[in-house]
Design a protein. Structure first.
Length: 285
């Protein structure tokens, strides 16, 4: 296991503390963990469902709609064709929506701190418009996910919306708001939580979870996600790790709050391929 990156841990904890848009467990939302997920392989169509109810028992939708970064984020979730291999068509309205979202997050303290940090490292442009263009390229520029020539994917779609491959595999989908909205529309079926070694079960106020679920006919045996955090928080973390790394897959071990996480970011040329947190251990072990 890689040693904890103290510099990034300190930065990410500052961001965590200043993330005023973050939803608080028990106050802005409640989750219902239910049973522990059974064994499953990627692509299984039938797995045991150890959670008959939804994961999200309730979420303060008024707050989602009235918080600019969440509202502009939600407007992007229906802009994609989830099946890989099918060319994405980006309409002028969608380009406007992408820009509104970036404008909203760039106005937050979390993204301002990210920008400052990246400037110190000479990894970002000082001018905000230039930085915004840099973010647009990393997250929204389309590319072909698998050897084809049709641009069928982008970092944002993969990480935040989720994709499917040949109807057999779920790719990405590491965002709690998308999970909640898909669950609300009965598109996602939560199958149970996945425990870490030595920890009996997660708590309902844990803000990082490993879960199993099915979506569009496939099962994701294990997916990790932050719960309750703002879109700008995730965007900032993944962008920083992406820009700091050179290799195809970057793993950074960080401690945020009481969570020891391995942050995984894969690159697809100059774009994000995927990005997600993996829960390592907790101090309660």
């Amino acid at each position: 296991r890689k040693a904890v990156n103290h510099e990034l841990s300190k930065l990410f904890n500052e961001m965590w503390d200043m993330d005023v848009n973050r939803f608080m467990p028990g106050k802005d939302y409640t989750i219902d963990l239910q049973g522990k997920a059974g064994a499953a392989q990627q692509g299984d169509s039938a797995v045991q469902d150890n959670a008959p109810r939804h994961l999200f028992h309730n979420v303060n939708e008024e707050r989602l709609k009235s918080t600019k970064t969440f509202a502009t984020f939600i407007s992007l979730l229906d802009n994609y064709e989830t099946s890989t291999g099918i060319e994405e068509v980006v309409t002028p309205e969608e380009i406007v929506e992408n820009n509104c979202f970036l404008d909203a997050i760039l106005a937050t303290e979390v993204m301002k701190l990210a920008h400052e940090y990246l400037l110190k490292k000479n990894l970002a442009k000082p001018n905000l418009d230039d930085f915004k263009n840099q973010l647009y390229g990393i997250w929204f520029q389309l590319y072909a996910r698998k050897g084809g020539d049709r641009p069928d994917s982008c970092g944002f779609e993969h990480v935040f919306v989720g994709e499917t491959r040949r109807g057999k595999q779920i790719l990405g989908l590491h965002n709690w708001v998308q999970f909640y909205l898909q669950e609300k529309h009965n598109q996602i079926d939560y199958k149970g939580y996945v425990t870490r070694k030595n920890k009996t079960r997660p708590d309902k106020d844990d803000q990082v979870l490993s879960i199993q679920f099915s979506w569009k006919g496939s099962v994701k045996p294990i997916g990790s996600t932050f719960i309750g955090v703002s879109p700008e928080f995730e965007f900032a973390l993944y962008t920083i790790i992406f820009l700091l790394g050179e290799e195809r897959v970057t793993h950074e071990t960080v401690k945020i709050e009481e969570y020891e996480l391995q942050m995984v970011v894969c690159r697809h040329g100059s774009h994000i391929g995927t990005a997600y947190p993996v829960l390592l251990g907790t101090s309660s072990e």
